[in-house]
Design a protein around this ligand. Structure first.
Ligand code: FES
Length: 101
């Protein structure tokens, strides 16, 4: 999967700030620091619920059965059987490019 997001587009405003996150094309994108982004599949590997980023613990949490993943997508606790698929996310100017690894 490859796609780009224009960060000048208001629809993508959530990831113009550190700690912001959004889901696009089934990928959870998190702006960690400066121009460093995490991009992980937004679909829990347990039963397919949509995961979300919790800045307070800097983890990815699934609301359905409490699965928790770290910022690399690895399972920390709960029922998920495997890691979230990770993507690369690279910022060039105002364009964020998300690609399969
Ligand atoms: Fe995510 Fe069950 S679907 S923990």
């Amino acid at each position: 999967m490859n796609f780009t997001l224009d960060l000048t587009n208001a629809a993508n405003a959530a990831i113009t700030k550190t700690g912001g996150s959004m889901i696009s094309n089934g990928v959870l994108i998190i702006r960690e620091t400066g121009s460093n982004f995490s991009a992980l599949s937004a679909t829990c590997t347990h039963q397919g619920c949509q995961v979300g980023y919790y800045a307070a613990s800097n983890q990815i949490v699934c609301p359905c059965h409490g699965g928790i993943y770290d910022m690399s997508g690895n399972v920390v606790s709960g029922p998920p059987p495997s890691a979230l698929t990770a993507y690369t996310a690279t910022l060039s100017g105002n364009i964020l490019t998300v690609k399969s690894k």
